[in-house]
Design a protein around this ligand. Structure first.
Ligand code: FAD
Length: 622
């Protein structure tokens, strides 16, 4: 049955990729439908109740700078906030928040329900409607046809999902939700490269059965960090502590004794798991010399007793889970509320995607999130935003946009995925970004909000706040350059009291700020401007002052390196006709059809000589 509504863009899946995709598309003015299996699970966190962390926090701030919701939702749902790497340089500082799961879902759903141009509908999508090489709609499980000019698939771990607990396994998209089998079968008929990955989750514990007195306490930071550039501390709900326990030799013995019934070690699971987020059995085998691992005991919310023991993800049989959990300090009487499990699922080789996240084999079809081989809410949400934006732009006849490697972590991730693919669940780290000093959490808005506004992603409230902040930064910088402290003046004495070093000659406040020991907050005692300087503005001015030399050097490197990086390789380029290119290289280029010279250079096995040959050829042609 053809449903009487036609849409510009249909987004399939209401997880982290799907919700950001639907919002981005609708914000850009495209008539958008979000079709998801179950409206109750919009914005659901399948695994750990937390947002951010090293590398991931950068993505959240970038999503926020482009008008997405993740940061605002976690500000309303975060029950413990911390800045990781706080003592290190600003490039690797990262915000992380523990979430109340239900508050997070509530915040996401409320934004979705109030977004103009966006409709929600609860149905499982079973098929794509295709005309030639173009997707034109989707068919749902109950036979409804929804037509659209672009479709974004964000089905997470659900395609052909198989849940494993010990040697038992069954079909499922995540615990409690059915797998997408019909859609997975249909996609397998299309010319995409498909493989299997796996991920896992720990058993959840009833907090009333944990002896917290035996555990170390971990409090959040004070002052409490804020995620969104528009966020305020007062928006946070009540803050509560986490705790820490550890595995011990007895835990490890129990796990080792259960390995013969582990689906991982008996060959039942074939998909590759996340290397940086291994299961506890994986850790015991791989790091056999260690007799303890730290386990973070994280609350799942304010109104629940459920606890997430971060670090013991497992697919061992339930009886082994039960025993090893009870072997840990404080967990002697622990009752499990939900068993841990692993899930195997289909993912698509992201080298079959364009930078816009549109698939190369089917026009109008976009993929975002775990379906592309990534892991994590933040990675999914960032891709969702880019895919939703570009689906809308395609329908509106506009050129696609994706940030470049030197502009955003989002750009680094998408470039990595589409040029190198992935053999294991891909997660973001600061070490993946070569221009870390420029791509900081603190300047995500300065890097992206103006572009977001141009693309139609940034609303008036965010834009006004951004313009005010930018102006305040410039004003403060000017003011600090104009104000001077003379040696042997009362101000110089105060400065010496603050920072323990005498002021030997006259210096502007800006010069002082460049010194490593000088902090902006106390420096503002000498500032005579009228405005109240916000923490965000002060922090930005301080970072820019202290790291100015490095930042300029990195920018010069970028200018040199990226001179030809963005040079486009026409779709029609005949690689056989490029003089000097080896057969092997031209096969690689033909298979992957990179969109730019930079992408070509990052394909594994590509040589600098081959890139020079391509450059010479392109220059001659133009
Ligand atoms: P999801 O959040 O999975 O959302 C998919 C959405 O699509 C759901 O709303 C679903 O109902 C809907 N859907 C699926 N099929 C259809 C269909 N045919 N029609 C309509 N709707 C459909 N990440 C980490 O960073 N670290 C971890 O340790 C970790 N462990 C995990 C353990 C488990 C068991 C699971 C399930 C996930 C884990 N994750 C982990 C991954 C994290 O949950 C995902 O990366 C993230 O949720 C991906 O977001 P997504 O939007 O791509 O997909």
């Amino acid at each position: 049955m053809k449903f009487n509504l036609d849409f510009d863009v249909i987004v399939v899946g209401g997880g982290h990729a799907g919700t950001e995709a639907a919002l981005a598309s609708a914000r850009c003015g495209a008539k958008t439908l979000l079709l998801t299996q179950n409206i109750e699970t919009l914005g659901q966190m399948s695994c750990n109740p937390a947002v951010g962390g090293i590398g991931k926090g950068h993505l959240v701030k970038e999503i926020d700078a482009l008008g997405g919701i993740m940061a605002q939702a976690i500000d309303l749902a975060g029950i413990q906030f911390r800045t990781l790497n706080a003592s290190k340089g600003p490039a690797v500082r990262a915000t992380r928040a523990q979430a109340d799961r239900s508050l997070y879902k509530k915040a996401v759903r409320s934004v979705l329900e109030n977004q103009a141009n966006l409709s929600l509908f609860q149905q499982t999508v079973a098929d794509l409607i295709v005309e030639g090489d173009k997707v034109v709609g989707v068919k749902t499980q109950m036979g409804l046809d929804f037509m659209a000019r672009a479709v974004v698939l964000t089905t997470g771990t659900f395609l052909g999902g198989k849940i494993h607990i010990g040697l038992e396994n069954y079909s499922g998209g995540r615990a409690g939700d059915p797998a997408s089998i019909a859609l997975a079968d249909r996609l397998r008929e299309l010319p995409f490269r498909i493989d299997r990955l796996k991920t896992g989750t720990p058993p959840r514990i009833d907090g009333r059965t944990i002896n917290f007195d035996k555990l170390a306490v971990q409090h959040g930071d004070d002052p409490i960090p804020v995620f969104s550039f528009l966020g305020k501390r007062e928006q946070h709900p009540k803050q509560i502590p986490c705790h820490i326990t550890r595995t011990n030799p007895k835990t490890h013995d129990i796990i080792r004794a259960g390995l013969d019934r582990s689906p991982l070690y008996s060959g039942v699971i074939e998909g590759i798991g996340p290397r940086y987020c291994p299961s506890i059995e994986d850790k015991i085998v791989r790091f056999a010399d260690r007799d303890t691992h730290q386990i973070f005991v994280e609350p799942e919310g304010l109104d629940t007793h459920e606890i997430y023991p971060n670090g013991i993800s497992t697919s061992l049989p339930f009886d082994v889970q039960y025993d090893f959990v009870r072997s840990m300090e404080g967990f002697e009487n622990a009752e499990i509320v939900r068993p841990g499990y692993a899930i195997e699922y289909d993912f698509f080789d992201p080298r079959d995607l364009k930078m816009s996240l549109e698939t190369k084999h089917m026009n109008g079809l976009f993929f975002a999130g775990q379906i592309n081989g990534t892991t994590g809410y933040e990675e999914a949400a960032a891709q969702g935003l880019i895919a939703g934006l570009n689906a809308a732009r395609l329908v509106q006849g506009q050129e696609s946009w994706c940030p470049k490697r030197n502009e955003a972590y989002m750009g680094v991730m998408i470039d990595d995925l589409i040029t190198r693919g992935t053999q294991e669940p891909y997660r973001m780290f600061t070490s993946r970004a070569e221009y870390r000093l420029l791509l900081r959490e603190d300047n995500a808005d300065l890097r992206l909000t103006e572009k977001g506004r141009e693309l139609g992603l940034v609303n008036d409230t965010r834009w006004t706040a951004f313009e005010n902040k930018r102006e305040a930064i410039a004003n403060l910088q000017d003011g600090l350059k104009r104000l001077w402290i003379r040696a042997e003046s009362p101000e110089a004495e105060l400065a010496e009291q603050f920072w323990g070093k005498p002021l030997l000659k006259e210096a502007s406040l800006m010069e002082l700020l460049r010194r490593p020991e000088v902090d902006v907050q106390r420096l503002l005692h000498f500032y005579e401007g009228d405005d109240v300087i916000s923490e965000q503005v002060g922090e930005q001015v301080e970072i820019q002052a202290k790291y100015a030399g490095y930042i300029v050097r990195q920018q010069t490197d970028i200018d040199k390196t990226l001179r030809y990086d963005h040079l486009r390789l026409p779709d029609s380029l005949d690689y056989n006709g490029v003089p000097g290119l080896s057969n092997e290289v031209s096969q690689k280029l033909k298979a992957q059809r990179p969109e730019t010279l930079g992408q070509a250079s990052r394909i594994p096995g590509m040589t600098p000589a081959a890139i020079s040959l391509l450059l010479v050829y392109l220059k001659k042609k133009s």
